[in-house]
Structure formats: structure tokens, C-alpha cells
Design a protein around this ligand. Structure first.
Ligand code: HCD
Length: 524
């Protein structure tokens, strides 16, 4: 319990009204109630700026809001609740659910102000159950959960190996192979069906594609998940990630330490899920580690084939083994449901607009032709395809919100927001807002190609130094997947079921998406 209290304090100090809290990020006490004093303390703000305590929204009673949240099935509806709140309170509101006190914004201009105030060590909302697991099992935090200087020094090393633009060339051959195997598998299924088509809910298949992809990039090796017989261990790993996300949601608002002491089911399931994830990752990592030590002795690491992110990091020798293991595990666990869901949404949208599908196919075919076998070059010639992924993430973002603790006093929508405040950009709500995106309901990738402003509008992977570390892997993997699918199949919808989002920590489709795949050329 002690630990819990400590983290609460250091995280939300400024939200304890009227009190000066000794915490890492509480730098000043708030003097909002006295405009004269406020002016003298913050001379940069004119007195027409409204004080923090006048922010609209349900922030006076955290428990009442939590109760209402429950009644609205908030656990599954967080995204819709945020949309409603913006409709009721306008473009900025403050909310306190349980112990989380935050200011919520929806406008790109405010997002810009927020990210400019994120400071040297940007911090998002801490997912406490994830931290609790690592503390309980004495495991190192990866870069996702690290903070401060420890975060920065790890992140700098990882950036060079995983997100720098030049690493894409390393990933392409590996991912290209996985994409080809996926296509071959679909052709086989179509053949076996005897109907020249395959109608299926692709989500399991996409999970396998995503794990196979992220696995091959991280370890430089194939799991073989796209074969007919899949390893039951791999299936368990995939299911555990989904369980891990699902069981996180109830623990966002109830301290995990409390649930642990109560011996609650959700805590036990969460622990078990992480155990499976970590054990599987440990085995993969051990494997590569041993291989590397063996081969090092023999040929002193002279390889011409890209050996994968893990081997690169081990050879680089700039991070401790425990740090490497922790971040590799996070990348592996974070790289399955996220990309597969985004791909499923993209196929769903393409099945609903055959014309767009043709347009994309034409772009892909001409890029393939003109790049003469250089796939990395080809990826530079498919702007509409890239825009399609952005468009999918606009309507169906993985993360419902982006959050930062501010490190300086700022003004948003003419309200004073003190340093140390948790501010959330409602990413889902922003993507569907007609003031930000004209005709938001239309899936129109070309909106990203026009000269309209995209200023702080494309935020599917977050922003700045704390953005998604797996971004480059995810983007390459998704681009190659879509290229292969468009080159080989027509994507149709066998029914007109309207699919919505549901919140399971990440946003996922609320029902199965069934699609029909038909070969483009009848001969295959
Ligand atoms: C969930 O209110 C809703 O890339 C909360 C705020 C919040 C905080 C952090 C976000 C999380 C939400 C969604 C899932 C995210 C996570 C940060 C990283 C994580 C966006 C929006 C994810 C999916 C990577 C997960 C890696 C992990 C499995 C090791």
C-alpha cells in the first residue's frame, strides 16, 4: 500500500486542490483563486485567463463520477463517454474518475500546446497494473514504463535500432518474407475451399501475421506461425496478450495492490497472462543470446544478414541484459493486437469501398513496376496506401487518448493549466470531430494528401520522444501486408454488419469482422 500512495502523490500532485504537495513534479502551489496574486506569480498570463478551478466538467467528486462511469458501462465505452463529454462541456473539460484527475482536450491546437509543455522526460498516464506486475515479480521496467533519466538513456539507444528511418531497410526483407507467406497461405485456403474464395473472420490469422512479423524483426528468426500446424505455445502467447489487455481495464480505476490483497480473479488472471508473455519472451531471448555467444567465438560476429533487433542490441552492449530483455518483451507484447487490429479495420474499410480499393491497387502495381524489385524504394512510392493507414487510425485509433503531465504552466482554451496536470488528448473523439475533420464519417485517405493543414492531426502513434517505439516496425509491417493483399486479392464484404469500437484497454472491433477474399487472377 505504501508504494501505491507514493506513486499517486508523485503523479497527481497538482490536483490536490489548494495544497502544496511535496512531489517530484509539483513546483508551485496554486494561487488560482486570487487573480492579483496569480498575475504576480505568473506574469506571462493576462488576467483575462480563467483560473483552473473554473474548468467545466465532473471533477468535484471522483467517486460519484466513477459510479456514473460504471452505470454507463464505461469499461467498454470510454471512447463514447469522452465524445459525450466534449459535446456537453466543450473543447476542454476536467474529470475525476476514482483517483485519476485529468484535463481533457480535443483540438489539435491544444495538442500542440500540450506537447510543447511535455518537458525533457515526457510522461504519460502510468498503467498501474503493468507496473504492479513487474514490481511483484521483480522484473525490470522496459522503456514503456521507465521514467526520467533511466527512460531517456534507454530510449536513445533503442531509437537508433528500432525507429530511426534508416532501419526500415533492415526490416523490409524480413517482413517481405512474412507477407509472402501470408499470401501463400490465403491462396491455399482459397484453393481448398473449392469455391475460388475464402470467407472468414480474419482476426486470428492477422494476430499470427503480426506476431510472426514482430518476432522476425526482433529475433531475426521465424516462428512458423503461418504454417498449417501452429505451435500451441504460440497460441497461448497470443491469447495471453489479449487477456492481459482485457484484465488491465478494470484495474485502471481500482488499485491493483488492493485487488491483489483481496485475492481477486482479475488480478490473478492478469498476473498469469503476464507470466506467460514474459516466459515466452525469455525463451526467445535466451535462444538468441546463446546462439550469439556461440557464433561470436567462431566468427567474431561477421554477418552480412541483418540479425534482428535483439542481437543488434546485445552486440552493441550499451544497455544491460535486463534492460534489453524488458524492452524487447514490451515490443513483442505491444506488437500483436495493435497492428493486427489496425489491419483488420483497414480491410473492413476497403471492403466497403471497392473504388478506393482499385485506386490503391493501381498505385501499388505501378510502384511495384517502377521500383524494379527494390521493396524499400517501393515503399516510398505509395503515398495513398500510407494515407489509408493514417485514415484507419483516425477513425479507429488503437489508443483512445494521448496523455502527458505538463511540466510548465500553460493556457488552453483560455484556462490556466498548472504545471504537473495530467492532460489527455481525446484521440478517438478528435478523429471523429467535424470541426477537425470535415465529413469525419467518410473513410477518405486522400484527405491526408491534400494541402489542408495536418497540424497535430496525425497522432495515431503519439508524438515526440515518447511516441510509439514500435512505430517503424508497425508501419512497415502494415504497409507490406496491404501491398501483398492488394496485389493478390479482392476484398469483399459478405454482409453489411456495422462494426463499432469497444474499449478493451486498446480499442477493438465490437463484433467479428467477416470478409471474403477472392483471387485477382482466376488462374492462381
Ligand atoms: C488506455 O485511459 C486508456 O501502445 C487509458 C490511458 C492509456 C494509457 C496508456 C496507453 C493505453 C491508454 C492504451 C494502450 C497503449 C498505452 C501506452 C502503450 C500501449 C497505447 C490509452 C500500447 C498498446 C503498447 C502496449 C505494450 C505493452 C503490452 C507492453
Amino acid at each position: 500500500m505504501a508504494r501505491w500512495r507514493v506513486c499517486l502523490r508523485s503523479q497527481v500532485p497538482s490536483l490536490v486542490e489548494g495544497a502544496t504537495v511535496k512531489g517530484t513534479r509539483a513546483r508551485r502551489c496554486h494561487t488560482d483563486s486570487l487573480p492579483a496574486i496569480r498575475e504576480s506569480v505568473y506574469p506571462q498570463f493576462p488576467s483575462s485567463v480563467r483560473p483552473f478551478k473554473e474548468l467545466p466538467g465532473p471533477w468535484k467528486n471522483g467517486l460519484a463520477t466513477l459510479y456514473n462511469f460504471w452505470k454507463q458501462d464505461g469499461m467498454k465505452n470510454l471512447h463514447n463517454i469522452m465524445v459525450n463529454n466534449f459535446n456537453n462541456f466543450g473543447p476542454i473539460y476536467r474529470e475525476k474518475i476514482g483517483y485519476y484527475d485529468s484535463v481533457n482536450i480535443i483540438n489539435p491546437e491544444d495538442a500542440a500546446i500540450l506537447f510543447k509543455a511535455e518537458g525533457h522526460y515526457p510522461q504519460r498516464l502510468r498503467v498501474e497494473p503493468w507496473v504492479a506486475y513487474r514490481d511483484y515479480r521483480h522484473r525490470e521496467y522496459g522503456v514503456l514504463l521507465k521514467e526520467g533519466e533511466d527512460w531517456r538513456s534507454n530510449r536513445v539507444v533503442l531509437n537508433k535500432e528500432v525507429i530511426a528511418p534508416k532501419v526500415q531497410g533492415n526490416f523490409v526483407p524480413l517482413l517481405e518474407e512474412v507477407g509472402q507467406d501470408f499470401v501463400a497461405r490465403v491462396h491455399k485456403k482459397i484453393e481448398r475451399s473449392g469455391q475460388n474464395k475464402w470467407t472468414i473472420d480474419l482476426h486470428q490469422e492477422l494476430f499470427k501475421y503480426a506476431l510472426e512479423s514482430v518476432g522476425s524483426v526482433l529475433y531475426g528468426e521465424r516462428f512458423g506461425l503461418l504454417q498449417d500446424h501452429i505451435d500451441p505455445e504460440a497460441k497461448r502467447f497470443i491469447d495471453s496478450i489479449t487477456t492481459m489487455f482485457q484484465t488491465t481495464t478494470p484495474m485502471l480505476y481500482i488499485p491493483p495492490g488492493l485487488l491483489r490483497r483481496l485475492g481477486s480473479r482479475v488480478w490473478r488472471d492478469h498476473m498469469e497472462a503476464w507470466d506467460i508473455i514474459f516466459n515466452q519472451a525469455d525463451r526467445c531471448i535466451q535462444n538468441i543470446y546463446r546462439q550469439l555467444r556461440r557464433s561470436r567465438k567462431e566468427e567474431a560476429g561477421e554477418q552480412d544478414k541483418y540479425p534482428g533487433v535483439l542481437a543488434q542490441l546485445l552486440m552493441l552492449d550499451k544497455l544491460s541484459i535486463e534492460d534489453i530483455k524488458a524492452s524487447i518483451t514490451e515490443l513483442m507484447a505491444g506488437g500483436v493486437d495493435t497492428t493486427s487490429t489496425t489491419l483488420l479495420w483497414t480491410l473492413y474499410e476497403l471492403s466497403r469501398s471497392p473504388d478506393l480499393q482499385e485506386e490503391l491497387r493501381a498505385e501499388v502495381l505501378s510502384a511495384r513496376h517502377s521500383s524494379e524489385g527494390d521493396t524499400t524504394l517501393m515503399l516510398k512510392r505509395v503515398p495513398l496506401l500510407k494515407a489509408a493507414i493514417k485514415e484507419t487510425l483516425r477513425l479507429h485509433p488503437v489508443a483512445v487518448s494521448l496523455q502527458r503531465y505538463t511540466t510548465e504552466d500553460i493556457v488552453m482554451q483560455n484556462y490556466h493549466i498548472p504545471a504537473g496536470t495530467l492532460v489527455q488528448l481525446g484521440l478517438y473523439a478528435m478523429g471523429r470531430n467535424h470541426r477537425v475533420f470535415p465529413h469525419p464519417e467518410m473513410y477518405k485517405p486522400s484527405r491526408w494528401l491534400r494541402s489542408e493543414t495536418h497540424y497535430f492531426r496525425s497522432l495515431g502513434f503519439g508524438f515526440g520522444p515518447r511516441q510509439c517505439l514500435g512505430r517503424r516496425i508497425a508501419e512497415t509491417e502494415m504497409q507490406l501486408f496491404l501491398i501483398h493483399m492488394l496485389e493478390n486479392f479482392r476484398i469483399e464484404r459478405p454482409n453489411k454488419v456495422k462494426v463499432k469500437s469497444t474499449f478493451e484497454l486498446i480499442l477493438v472491433p465490437d463484433k467479428p469482422i467477416v470478409l471474403t477474399l477472392r483471387p485477382l487472377s482466376g488462374s492462381q
